[in-house]
Design a binder for this molecule. Sequence first.
Ligand code: GLY
Length: 378
Amino acid sequence: MYDKIISANKSFIDQTWEKLDGKLKQVAVRSRDKIPYTTVNGVHDDRQGKSISWWTNGFWGGLMWLMYLGSKNEEYRITAENAERLMDAAFANVAVLHHDVGFMWHIMSGANYRLTGNAEARNRNLLAAMTLASRYNISGKYIRSWNGDMAGWTIIDCMMNIPLLYWASRELGDPRFEKIAVAHADMAMRDHVRPDGSVAHIVSHDVENGDVIETLAGQGYAVGSSWSRGVAWALYGFVLSYIHTKKVEYLDTAKRVAHYFITNLVADDWLPIVDFRAPEEPKRYDSTAGAVAACGLIEIAKCVPEGEQKIYLDSAIKLLRAMEERFCNWQDDEDSVLQMGTERYNSDGKGDHIPIIYGDYFFVEAILKLRGEEFLAW
Ligand code: GLY
């Protein structure tokens, strides 16, 4: 079934890859000395300097490794290696680092090490893993997300950071890291994912025993609403935890979240809106949620029996096709591909409908998966 669906969509997959490579090989050279987040008038910005600890800073290097993997073009590798060196500045101030060290290093240095065996990249990824493990609250049994006075807060996004811990356990032959990841995933499955497959972005816990104090809207519309990128983080994050641990509850959770996500896309036009439970107007999209979810749906399709594959793989492809048609910018002289990302619901218009670097990252990752690439960056 899986291969049949891929064959039926082969020209879309191949043509989209050709367009990605045709454009990004030029961007790789133009933005070589930057750590981009978004674009200004079509040109990548640069998060070096005081923003070097920003959570998205690994996506550029990660994107370059994915493009290198798919094309073997050395220009991508050179830019990826440079991004990693530029990011070393973030290790100079560990006190400001946060749980997003998985996003920042595992898909960049972790990918480099797994692809090339580079010892410096391994060391960077181990530093990141040790930083993440150090955020574990032993009595509460969760990884704290942010710094400051939010010691009891967890956010669903962390499901994408814990693959770094699974890797560290395997790499060092030491189960400590994986045990922390599993304890956190169990908490997220219980406290963040609702029975209907929607997800609470933030949960505030009692720091002494982990009890839930309250859930918060976070980047979504309101308490009890359904921020689509948070749903996508859970969808992809739980199937990743399943792949690393083989705990069936994680796959079942990923499927439940996927069914909720797909239902909300079908109800609309296969383009993800920012919050599935926000007022219908004004209509605001978030392409990044779609790109993350597409990656997770493809991985679920690979994990389930053949008779179950169609709904996940078909949905991923419908979503990617809709975004390719409506949201992609193929102009060579502009630096980003996927447009219409949105940072959060309540933004007063700032950060709405903009290109965001992880949109390009996950869009490329999804297309590469459809091309049959088996390397799992997470
Ligand atoms: N991890 C923060 C976000 O998804 O915007």
